[in-house]
Each structure stands twice: as structure tokens, then as C-alpha cells.
Design a protein around this ligand. Structure first.
Ligand SMILES: *[C@@H]1O[C@H](CO)[C@@H](O)[C@H](O)[C@H]1NC(C)=O
Length: 419
């Protein structure tokens, strides 16, 4: 994945000041209808490095999304048609969709500087978030503290916010932005921050009084910036690896069944899992932060794009380990609440059943280590149509429904005495 782009950027000497353009790159949605199709698509992903699989083939009936550069388009369609594999073009040129996202941020950035009230009708930049956090720490200094999970490879502070209205309450840990290209999850958790500080409905007030909240919106700040400045669909962090390759997929670098399933051992791939668990400063720093509140953890929630899934630990097995059965009940009910406002539907289950079964994820590590009663990963909108280039009009609805889901998780967990 992305190998071609990375090679191109090396050949062309792309510096961080130049942006890679995706003109003519098309996005396809492909649905395998039998095992033969699934295997064919798996082989295609493995062998054809010019195709960028946003969503890998997993099982019959489960869609696959793939980006193809213009010179590969005709070829891909012909192959799929020969194989009788259903496919549709979701976007003929993904560059236009990317431009729309970037444009929304430019417009809003200037407003944020004048007006420290954060807006959620578009995506945020790292600068927007940092400025807003500073503002919150000054304006609400009685309940808000800025915290840090260390420093990224390129020297950026991995900044979080702690919201505590009362002392000695159990902790909720929320994290977003492990994937650089994912601009949605940082904005969504900022919305949660905004609600917990300024919201005044009874359930929001109870949530912010009953727990202390530790929220990190952008835990891969180098990848996020690089996605903004150079290669929009960059997944990994930015630390050089062997063979002139750069970056590790942080979502697979955690010390929980690391490297057992999913992800790549090759540093050239977008899903490179690293040379060992916690090989990266970002995962090490964040894991230390989680350790520092580990004895007090009520919940660990991880947010990223995309797929509309609520993933319950653990990824390496379909066994209902720990309080899996209770979490499934809580998750299904909470996803019912999520659907109320915008009719968005999530699947709930372990990764092997409803997603890709990739191990080495943050929530599994935290669940195993500290046994927080509530632990889950949100794969946010959408269901593969737009992926990380989700249109701006869907940002606020995503924020609203996800917030409803978090509040519902608390409600349902209390209802069955998990919290
Ligand atoms: C990182 O940010 C935190 C919170 O604002 C701050 O306390 C800390 O001094 C910063 N660390 C560095 C090295 O800049």
C-alpha cells in the first residue's frame, strides 16, 4: 500500500513543502461473492503494490475498497469483470474530494484564531486543536489541565486534556488520531471535550462529574501533519525505518499479541507493525501515560476512521474473554443510541468477527494490563464509500452521534453494573 507513492516521492525528491496530488486516482468498492473472489482479492492486494487497499478483503459479502492510479484503472476493471466480481466506482478522482476537505480547514482556521470557540462543521488542523486547548486551559483552569504523553519523533508534544470537576474519580481514557490520514477522529474527540466542558444536559454533567477524563485527540501528530502537508493518505508515523522507509502503523505497534495477525513486517507497507512492540516514541509515550492512570481506569476508548464498527477486545481470538459478553450488550445498546440521530449503523463484535482481526492494538493492551471494565475501539464513519476523505458535511453528524454513543455506553454500563 502506498509503496508507489512513497517511491515516487523519493524519486521526485518530494519535500514536506510539496504536496502529492491524487489527480485521476479512482476509488472502487468491490464485493466478493464467494471464497474464490476473496482469495483472488487477497492475492491482488499482496501482489499489486500500485493498488492501495483502504479496506482489505476479509470475507464473503464484506466490501473491499481500493484506490487505483489512472494508468491502472482500465486494467483493474477488466480483471474484475473477467472474474465476475461486483465492483463500482465510488469516486472517479479522489483529488477533488481531498481539495474539499482541505478547503474547509483553511476557511475555519482563520476563524479559530479570532474566535476561540471551536467549530465542528469541518476538520481541524493540529494548530487549531493546540490553540483551542491553550484557550480551554486558561478559560476553564478550575477543571481543565493540559497533559502530555511525551514527544513524537519529530519533536511535537503529544498533548492531551484532563477534565476533572471532582477529585479522585475513576478515569476515562480516550484517544484518537493514531492514523495520520484519519482527520475525522481528532475532530470527533474534540467535540467530546467541548461537550464535557460546556454541555449542560443532565447526563453530560453527570459524566463530567462522576469521572475524570483524559483525552488525546492527536497521538500521531507527525503523521497528521504530513498528511496535511505532503501525502494526504499517509497512515503511519514519520520515524525512519530500515531500507530508507519511513513510519510504523501505530495501531499495530502495541504490546498485545504483537505481530500475531494482520499488518505487515515490511517497512515499505502502510501497515508496517514496527520492529517490535512499542518500537515507536508515540506508542511508548502514550503507554506510559496510560500506565500512570492504570490503577484508576474505568474505561479505555480508542477512535479512528473508518468502518462503522465497535470493536470489543481481544483481536487474536473469537473467544468471549474477560467481560466480553457484557461489553457486547453495552455496545449493541449504545450503537442503538448512536443510530437515533442520523440513522448510522454500526456492527459490534470482536475484530476477528466484524473487522480484520489485526492484533497489537491499544485497547487490547490496556484491557489486558489494567482490566478497565469498559474497553472498545470505535471505527467511525463511513462504511467504505469515502474512507478517510469523508465529506465535510458528515463531520458534525459524526461528532454528534459518537458523543451520544459515549454517553450511552456510560448509561448502559451502569444499568448492568459494569460501571
Ligand atoms: C508538553 O505539553 C505539556 C502540556 O501543555 C506541557 O506541560 C509540557 O511542558 C510540554 N512539554 C514539552 C517538552 O514541551
Amino acid at each position: 500500500m502506498l509503496l508507489k507513492i512513497v517511491l515516487l516521492s523519493l524519486i521526485c525528491g518530494l519535500t514536506s513543502a510539496e504536496k502529492f496530488r491524487y489527480d485521476g486516482y479512482a476509488l472502487y468498492k468491490i464485493i466478493p461473492h464467494n471464497e474464490h473472489h476473496v482469495q483472488f482479492l487477497k492475492d491482488l492486494e499482496y501482489n499489486d503494490k500500485e493498488l492501495d487497499f483502504w479496506k482489505s478483503p476479509t470475507r464473503v459479502g464484506e466490501y473491499v475498497s481500493v484506490v487505483a492510479p489512472s494508468e491502472k484503472k482500465a486494467d483493474l476493471r477488466k480483471t474484475l469483470e473477467q472474474m465476475n466480481i461486483h465492483n463500482e466506482v465510488m469516486l472517479d478522482s479522489i483529488q477533488e474530494a481531498i481539495d474539499a476537505q482541505v478547503h474547509s480547514r483553511k476557511k475555519r482556521s482563520s476563524r479559530v484564531i479570532r474566535d476561540p470557540v471551536m467549530h465542528f462543521e469541518g476538520y481541524h488542523t493540529l494548530e487549531d486543536i493546540n490553540k483551542w486547548f491553550q484557550h480551554l486551559a486558561e478559560q476553564y483552569s478550575n477543571i481543565v489541565t493540559l497533559v502530555s504523553a511525551g514527544i513524537s519523533h519529530e519533536g511535537r508534544n503529544i498533548t492531551g486534556i484532563k477534565i476533572a470537576r471532582n477529585s479522585n474519580r475513576p478515569a476515562f481514557f480516550l484517544e484518537a488520531g493514531q492514523i495520520g490520514a484519519d482527520w475525522l477522529s481528532p475532530t470527533v474527540v474534540c467535540y467530546i471535550v467541548d461537550q464535557l466542558i460546556r454541555g449542560d444536559d443532565p447526563e453530560t454533567l453527570a459524566a463530567s462529574q462522576d469521572y475524570e477524563w483524559h483525552i488525546f485527540p492527536s497521538v500521531n501528530p507527525d503523521g497528521f501533519e504530513f498528511s496535511d502537508n505532503s501525502i494526504r493518505l499517509w497512515n503511519k508515523n514519520r520515524r525512519p525505518q530500515r531500507g530508507n522507509q519511513i513510519g510504523v502503523d501505530l495501531t499495530r505497534n502495541w504490546n498485545s499479541q504483537w505481530g500475531v495477525r494482520g499488518g505487515s513486517f515490511s517497512p515499505a507497507e502502510a501497515s508496517f507493525i514496527g520492529i517490535g512492540p512499542f518500537s515507536e516514541p508515540e506508542t511508548r509515550g502514550l503507554s506510559r501515560y496510560i500506565e500512570s492512570i492504570g490503577h484508576n481506569l474505568a474505561a479505555v476508548l480508542s477512535f479512528r476512521g473508518f468502518g462503522q464498527r465497535l470493536i470489543i477486545p481481544f483481536a487474536h481470538t473469537t473467544e468471549p474473554l474477560d467481560n466480553y459478553n457484557e461489553m457486547i450488550i453495552i455496545g449493541r445498546r449504545a450503537m442503538g443510541s448512536l443510530a437515533v440521530k442520523h440513522d448510522t449503523h454500526y456492527l459490534v463484535g470482536n475484530s476477528a468477527t466484524v473487522h480484520d482481526g489485526a492484533t497489537g492494538v491499544l485497547v487490547d493492551w490496556a484491557k489486558y494490563r489494567f482490566r478497565p471494565p469498559v474497553a472498545a475501539t470505535f471505527l467511525l464513519r463511513d462504511n467504505g464509500g469515502w474512507g478517510h476523505i469523508l465529506p465535510v458535511a458528515q463531520v458534525l453528524p459524526s461528532c454528534e452521534e459518537t458523543y451520544d454513543a459515549v454517553i450511552a455506553i456510560i448509561r448502559e454500563a451502569k444499568f448492568i453494573n459494569v460501571l
